[in-house]
Design a protein around this ligand. Structure first.
Ligand SMILES: [Zn+2]
Length: 293
């Protein structure tokens, strides 16, 4: 059922974007807050380790967002996440019960269900499926398309990567790592259909790969360098051999995380998935939307 609630959250985000008249990129969460008389303010610098917060006060609210990373996409995603707590059914009640103030934490600490729902809401709000599909077109999703989507939609690169995988008919795997360990992974429906694949879990060691070599030099991550190599499905997932994949790697900067995108245009579109929009929103296991970049 968790998957269903997350789909509903994504759809509500898309609907709110439309309701507020956003029919092209970028959707601006600040404007939506403004028209609801919700004030949006930068977080005081002495409060750290929090990506944002929402404070409920009767019929109105105040949103606070972190500027620590000095990244517009990250800030927009944070504000959209907090708006999720305002619009999603049950969230204001749950926050009111906890005293009326909710702190959202960056990175990959144990997320409650309302955190995941707010992440999916933010993803739908900033990247409605129709706009996202139009932008990405029919082509294979690679790092270039993801970086372009993040720029046009003004959202974080990791959120754009996950959304691309959701909306793309091709096999795509998005993997976020730190050091030699996996932080989380998200597989498109078509990728899952490549075979019985082992799950990549949080804390698993990276396989010997372009990513593990890239992360061995922390500067690569910090300076936002890129690397591209060929890899094989079996290296990452114990899946069938001889399925060649592109492995594109991008350092996500000061946050210390690395994005890896595995994809191939050699692979056929999965016919069972093509017009099942809902299936594309199903996650293989709890994805963690990164706040960093
Ligand atoms: Zn939150």
């Amino acid at each position: 059922m968790a998957g269903f609630r997350l789909k509903v959250a994504t759809r509500l985000g898309e609907k709110i974007a439309l309701d507020f008249g956003f029919e092209s990129f970028p959707v601006c969460p600040r404007k939506i807050a403004e028209s609801r008389d919700i004030s949006v303010e930068a977080k005081p610098p002495e409060v750290t380790g929090v990506s944002g917060a929402i404070i409920l006060a009767g019929d109105s609210a105040m949103i606070i967002y972190s500027t620590e990373l000095q990244n517009e996409g990250f800030e927009n995603f944070s504000i959209a996440h907090e708006l999720g707590h305002w619009f999603l059914p049950g969230h204001p009640e749950e926050i009111a019960k906890a005293g009326g103030m909710h702190l959202s934490r960056a990175s990959f600490t144990e997320n409650t269900s309302i955190e995941l729902e707010a992440d999916h809401f933010a993803s739908g709000l900033l990247m409605p499926s129709r706009l996202t599909r139009n932008l990405l077109g029919e082509s294979q999703i690679g790092l270039d398309g993801i970086v372009q989507l993040a720029g046009v939609a003004k959202t974080s690169i990791t959120a754009a990567a996950i959304r691309s995988a959701e909306c793309c008919p091709y096999p795509v795997a998005v993997i976020v790592s730190k050091g030699q360990k996996i932080a989380y992974a998200f597989l498109s429906e078509a990728f899952k259909s490549l075979g019985r694949l082992s799950f990549l879990r949080k804390g698993d060691p990276l396989p010997t790969s372009a990513t593990s070599r890239f992360n061995a030099t922390p500067e690569n991550v910090r300076l936002g360098r890129r690397s591209t190599e060929q890899t094989d499905l079996s290296i990452w997932f114990d899946g069938p051999r001889d399925i060649e994949l592109d492995e594109e790697v991008l350092g996500l900067g000061g946050y210390g995380y690395t994005l890896t995108v595995l994809s191939s245009e050699e692979l056929p579109e999965d016919p069972t998935e093509a017009d099942d929009e809902d299936a594309q929103l199903e996650e293989s296991w709890k994805p963690r939307f990164a706040y960093g970049r």
